[in-house]
Design a protein around this ligand. Structure first.
Ligand code: ADP
Ligand code: MG
Length: 315
């Protein structure tokens, strides 16, 4: 809930955030001292990730509400923890607040951060607050805990693996880029169901992000055009690009791409442990780069960048 009157200066803001922040068993000391004290389980691998969002580059204040920006700034970090198949535990929020916007911006931003933090049981354990004459900049660091088998890396894909993704892809510009749900629960359910060989979250687009797995794992891939789960939003966009192009190229879907052995892939297809859909997109092959297998079985190279252009010309 928004307070009647927002905080009037930085200390009041910190006090207000401190009052809102939920307690968490892993946070022995949270907001209020010089540093936070976290209690991690012995021998668990600590995951750390940070992402910065800047007004004018990553969002515009006239097309996104501060609450949405707050949700997104934490959500992108939670998505990175999900991509390692970890559990997020604590968030540290550094903000540069534009003086011109006054106090409402800051409190609404925190309403969004706090909402997302509660949805995923993440402690708001500290941060830094500055006011300046520049635009809104928000940088969040999230700490998490890897699963019992360790973090799932980009580099573990093996020839023969099946490639999967969660949810449907493309057209996030129509709204999902601000209102996505990071796939934390799905990543944990997947990792508990089968060993995951490699994983990444989709921030730059299916083709671009799969390419990171291919490069890090030193393998290639074949994707089946007919299998790509094109989202309704991608189909509805009327901008001259096909729904498939959107599904392959659009960023900020924040779904997961991962690879598993064929036996484990079959298990996932038989019994999906997630609350969202899972789709088998194709297979990992030897070599490098990605190819798209058309409905006619013909293979076309699918470059990670400049792909849209080439695809247009080939039609
Ligand atoms: P210091 O000057 O010692 O760094 P600060 O006044 O910056 O102390 O911060 C006081 C406390 O408030 C610290 O625990 C810090 O982590 C927390 N804090 C400051 N800004 C934020 C913020 N934007 N969100 C969450 N916690 C914050
Ligand atoms: Mg400080």
């Amino acid at each position: 809930m928004l307070p009647d009157r927002g905080p009037s200066h930085e200390f009041a803001l910190i006090d207000w955030i401190r009052g809102k922040a939920a307690a968490h068993p892993r946070v022995a000391v949270g907001i209020g001292d010089d540093a936070a004290v976290l209690q991690f389980p012995e021998r668990s691998n600590c995951l750390v990730t940070v992402d910065m969002l800047m007004e004018g580059t990553d969002f515009l204040l006239d097309s996104a509400t501060p609450r949405q920006i707050g949700r997104k700034s934490l959500g992108v970090n939670l998505s990175d923890i999900a991509a390692m198949a970890g559990t997020p535990l604590a968030a540290f929020v550094a903000v540069a607040l534009p003086r011109r916007e006054g106090e409402t911006l800051a409190s609404e931003l925190y309403v969004g951060i706090d909402e997302m933090a509660r949805e995923f049981d993440v402690a708001l354990a500290g941060g830094d607050t500055n006011t300046w004459d520049g635009p809104l900049v928000i940088s969040i660091t999230v700490l998490g805990e890897a699963g019992p088998g360790g973090a799932v890396l980009r580099s573990g894909a093996k020839e023969g693996d099946w490639i999967f993704c969660t949810g449907s892809l493309g057209g996030s510009i129509s709204g999902k880029h601000l209102d996505f749900i990071p796939r934390v629960r799905e990543a944990i359910a997947l990792r508990d169901a089968v060993p995951l060989q490699s994983m990444i979250d989709i921030s730059d687009g299916l083709a671009a992000d799969l390419f990171h797995i291919l490069e890090e794992s030193r393998v290639g891939a074949i994707l089946d055009e007919a299998a790509i789960p094109v989202s309704p939003a991608a189909s509805e966009l009327q901008d001259g690009r096909s729904p498939l192009e959107h599904a392959l190229g659009d960023g900020e879907d924040f779904e997961l791409i991962f690879t598993v052995t064929p036996e484990n892939g079959q298990r996932l297809l038989t019994k999906n442990p997630c609350a969202v859909s899972l789709t088998k997109l194709g297979e990992i092959v030897s070599g490098t780069g990605c190819q798209l297998r058309g409905r006619d079985d013909k293979l076309t190279p699918l470059p990670p960048l400049g792909w849209k252009h080439q695809f247009h010309n080939s039609r």
